[in-house]
Design a protein around this ligand. Structure first.
Ligand SMILES: Cc1cc2nc3c(=O)[nH]c(=O)nc-3n(C[C@H](O)[C@H](O)[C@H](O)COP(=O)(O)OP(=O)(O)OC[C@H]3O[C@@H](n4cnc5c(N)ncnc54)[C@H](O)[C@@H]3O)c2cc1C
Length: 430
């Protein structure tokens, strides 16, 4: 290898930020390689808008080749790491294997759907972690309402018009809040008999958005209830079947729609690394370096990064941290070659935005609690600024949606068995 080769595995928030900064710092003096299963960076926070027909799926994808000049993008999933031999082996989209050597390695493989040992859930629930799941959900919601209009009897109609979201973190809360607006829109054009579609949002916690500021939770809870979403707290699923779900209190809810948003776990590929982990995430020091492996870095959801602002804790699994991990790791890699000085990762939470659809959101930028329209403006502004591309296209979709409404059609491109909940099985393709 003539130039130093830096291999980044994963082009999500963390890997993308690391690659972009390394390309800027190195000015072509290093061979920067990004390995990712898709040729795009996926802006996950706007997936609920894809699932509810506000955004076209391509809007949340940013092409890696165009957005990362000076970086070599290799399509594939890394299946094996040889840390002693300093190589990674990937499988490309056509199934061929290829081994690539490195001088520095950045592990940025992110996370997958979290599973819980509840009977029937893996078979009957769908997760919400990727673009195919969002597209599947959009089709599924539309199909259920369309089929409810021609249901054989009232129990079938009701089951098709009932949607159960499990997990009231930011993903589940956004999916339920935006989903109810979508199905209300659908039934306006396709009457399904009396009553509105029924949405339930369950969580074992005592409030929605349990990991966020309570003022955000109160604002979101009020919007959900105003929209008729049944928020069931301290409640979980005991069993899922093809016909419905049994709740922890014993009640059986007939439904064809179980949307699993209970959170994420680190990509299981990290388990095979033989490195120390904490909560399944690779242990690193404050410089994002794997102890005992000075040439290996881990960042983003896959890494247990010490949170120097909250001693004893590790940084949360958020895009806010992942992007900053990427930039700091890039600087520290440059420093390992004598350019600049390495620095410890330290970031104070800047707040969070939860887009509830319509004109409602909840946000706490710099700890200032906002709700309603001001929060909506902050949420949309934040997303536009955070996206590394497609800003005009996204803003264009929002404008068209406010003028023309959304198109409620199913394309039928994604089959249910193509989006299994257990997306973290090793060696799975996207
Ligand atoms: C629906 C949703 C909404 C969210 N909203 C917010 C929000 O509003 N604000 C916020 O701060 N956070 C939000 N998050 C969390 C945030 O998206 C994650 O914390 C962030 O994506 C973590 O970045 P990452 O780079 O570690 O992982 P990811 O962004 O998941 O990227 C990992 C990349 O690695 C690739 N990869 C995986 N395995 C391999 C392999 N073996 N070989 C090669 N490549 C591999 C993946 O395909 C992916 O491209 C949201 C998450 C979801 C699911």
């Amino acid at each position: 290898m003539a130039r130093p080769r830096i291999v980044i595995v994963g082009a999500g928030f963390a890997g993308f930020a690391a690659a972009r900064k390394l390309a800027k710092l190195s000015h072509g003096s290093a061979d920067i390689v990004v390995i990712n299963p898709t040729d795009y960076f996926l802006y996950l926070p706007l997936l609920p808008e894809v699932a509810t027909g506000l955004l076209e799926p391509r809007r949340v994808t940013v092409p890696l080749a165009a957005a990362l000049p000076g970086v070599r993008v290799v399509l594939g999933s890394v299946e094996a790491f040889d840390l002693d031999g300093r190589t990674v082996t990937l499988r490309d989209p056509e199934g061929a294997h290829r081994t690539i050597g490195y001088h520095r390695l950045v592990i940025a493989v992110g996370s997958v759907n979290k599973l819980l040992p509840v009977p029937g859930v893996v078979e009957h629930a769908h997760g919400f972690r990727g673009i195919s799941e969002a597209l599947y959900l959009r089709d599924h919601l539309t199909r259920q309402i369309e089929m409810a209009g021609n249901a054989a009897d009232e129990p079938e109609r009701q089951a098709r018009c009932t949607f159960v979201v499990v997990g009231a973190g930011y993903t589940g809360t956004e999916v339920a809040a935006q989903g109810v607006l979508y199905t209300d829109d659908l039934v306006r054009a396709r009457p399904v008999g009396h009553g509105r579609p029924r949405w339930l949002l369950l969580d074992t916690a005592e409030r929605v958005l349990p990991s966020l500021d309570h003022r955000l939770a109160e604002a979101a809870d009020a919007v959900l209830r105003e929209r008729g979403v049944e928020v069931l707290l301290k409640t979980s699923v005991q069993e899922a079947t093809a016909d419905g779900v049994r709740l922890s209190g014993g009640e059986f809810v007939p439904t064809r729609s179980l949307i699993w948003c209970v959170g994420v776990r680190p990509d299981p590929v990290v388990e095979g690394l033989g490195l120390a982990t904490e909560h399944g995430r690779v242990v690193v020091d404050e410089f994002l370096n794997v102890p005992g492996r000075p040439e290996v870095y881990a960042i983003g959801d896959a890494a247990a990064v010490p949170d120097l602002t909250r001693p004893g804790e590790i940084t949360g699994m958020t895009a806010q941290h992942a992007v900053r991990h990427g930039a700091v790791a890039a600087g520290n890699i440059a420093a390992s070659y004598g350019y600049g000085r390495r620095r410890a990762y330290r970031h104070h939470d800047l707040g969070f935005v939860v887009d509830l659809g319509g004109l409602d959101s909840a946000a706490n930028p710099l700890r200032l609690p906002l709700r309603g329209l001001p929060a909506k403006v902050v949420a949309r502004g934040y997303h536009l600024l955070s996206m590394p591309g497609n800003r005009v296209r996204v803003a264009g979709d929002w404008l068209l949606d406010s003028l023309l409404g959304r198109q409620g059609v199913q394309l039928g491109l994604i089959r249910g068995d193509a989006v299994p909940l257990d997306s973290g099985k090793p060696f799975s393709q996207p």
